[in-house]
Design a protein around this ligand. Structure first.
Ligand code: GDP
Ligand code: MG
Length: 438
């Protein structure tokens, strides 16, 4: 898949100007490549339609060539298709957190249980592996071996016990052995099977897991998606572990499963070793599929230069004294995107030690307040904060769930910032310095 898409995009990249025909031809190739990769037909159709609408419509971005622009859109839509951003597993506020692994036989449940235990152990948790597969010969032994290798406890009651009793028993065991997370391995079948589903439903009812992770084999392509749909209908799973991604050159399951089931892929298995489990990041997966590190970083740069353009506009606004609370919020957002405040300050020539800035204490929580407060203002108030009197302050504080003190603090900061920017602007800083500060 990656290769096909890259070919297509290489053709686009070179072109200066794209006609609607060029875009359509490229998208046709993308469509074929996706179908060959065993992505669900309906998913492909919707995907291409969305891109076409955006690419052929008038969503233009300065400083990108049209080809790059199409790639940017494909990349964004591909990320969205896989869920947008990464999803963590649910941690119970009252230990133990119970994670139940379900899936067909051979999908990689037991292996993934071990991998997950290793990961949680590294994250400072105390996981307990629970051998709930009493059917498959040597399934218990398999988990015990993993436990020994990881130096983590494994709870089992032999293979003549009932899986529901094992699941219940593991909770007592966890609390008496200081384990805060239970990873429950269960039995699968070769195909979707009534008996298996009923057993899993009884286990679910008995222990009320915080997280049901469905393990599916990426190599089975669209079958994996159908299996996922089935399991989800019966068990309402919370997330998916897509295994054997190392062997799946096509990537079809990764692209269809979220769209079809609505459930996010949380982890990807990338090999047989215990270390071969990755948190699933839709953005990384997408750029891996598109194989376009270079183009994507180019696009990032273009986006940055657009920020610079915003900064220039801002300078102009300042000169005309039109800097508003909305601009202030936008600036704050940009700062938030850039990273920790002190690092950013350090990067700005001549500003590293500015005292006023140190006093501003821009932390993430504070930015949340600022956003809430400004959102609770009327457009007029944002344009001209001078109109915000006592009763307005009270209303804004209530509307934003903050306090009058917070509102006052923000208004004061805004005034300071405006003043400071004016000073900077009137010669203390060289023109074109491109600063991005609130
Ligand atoms: P279960 O029946 O669902 O418990 O499946 P197992 O955990 O026993 O795994 C079945 C087979 O798949 C084993 O040979 C595993 O080593 C292999 N396997 C599991 N996950 C992965 C993976 O991410 N990549 C590869 N290459 N093999 C895997
Ligand atoms: Mg197993």
């Amino acid at each position: 898949l990656a290769e096909k898409l890259q070919d297509t995009f290489n053709k686009l990249k070179g072109k200066g100007k794209l006609s609607e025909k060029d875009v359509k031809a490229a998208l046709k190739e993308v469509k074929m490549a996706l179908l060959e990769a065993d992505v669900n037909y309906k998913v492909v159709k919707d995907f291409i339609k969305k891109i076409e609408e955006r690419a052929v419509g008038n969503e233009v971005m300065e400083s990108l060539t049209p080809g790059q622009h199409v790639i940017k859109i494909v990349n964004e839509e591909m990320q969205a298709l896989m869920g947008g951003s990464k999803e963590d597993i649910a941690i119970s506020s009252e230990p133990p957190t119970i994670i139940m692994m379900v899936g067909l036989q051979g999908s990689g449940k037991t292996t993934s249980a071990g991998k997950l235990a290793r990961k949680l152990d590294k994250d400072g948790k105390n996981p307990l592996l629970v051998a709930g597969d009493v059917y498959r010969p040597a399934a218990i032994r398999q988990l015990q071996v993993l436990g020994e290798r990881l130096d983590l406890p494994v709870f089992s009651m032999g293979d003549d016990s009932n899986p529901v009793d094992i699941a219940k028993g593991s909770i007592n065991y966890a609390s008496s052995h200081n384990c805060d997370t239970i990873i429950l391995d269960t039995a699968g079948r070769l195909h979707i099977d009534q008996e298996m589903m009923e057993e899993l439903e009884s286990i679910k009812a008995a222990v009320d897991p915080d997280e049901i992770l469905l393990v599916v084999d990426a190599m089975t392509g669209q079958d994996a998606v159908n299996v996922a749909k089935n399991f989800d209908q019966r068990l309402d799973v919370d997330g998916i572990v897509l295994t054997k991604m190392d062997g799946d050159a096509r990537g079809g399951a990764a692209l269809s499963i979220k769209a079809i089931t609505g459930k996010p892929i949380k982890f990807a298995g990338t090999g047989e070793k215990l270390a071969d489990l990755e948190t699933f990041h839709p953005d990384r997966m997408s750029s891996r599929i598109l194989g376009m590190g270079d183009v994507l970083s180019l696009i990032e740069k273009a986006e940055q230069s657009i920020d610079q353009e915003k900064a220039k506009k801002l300078e102009e606004k300042l000169r005309k004294n039109e800097f508003t609370l909305e601009d202030f919020m936008e600036q704050m957002e940009q700062v938030r995107n850039m990273g920790p405040m002190d690092e950013i300050l350090g990067m700005i020539p001549g500003l590293g030690g500015a005292k006023q800035l140190k006093n501003m204490q821009v932390d993430d929580k504070h930015l949340d307040y600022i956003e809430a407060i400004i959102s609770s203002m009327t457009p007029e108030e944002r344009r001209d904060p001078e109109v915000i009197n006592g009763s307005r302050r009270k209303r804004i504080a209530q509307g934003s769930g903050t306090s009058i003190q917070e509102v006052n603090r923000l208004l004061k900061q805004f005034r300071q910032t405006k003043k400071m920017m004016k000073q900077l602007n009137s010669g203390k800083m060289k023109k074109g310095g491109g600063f991005n500060l609130p």
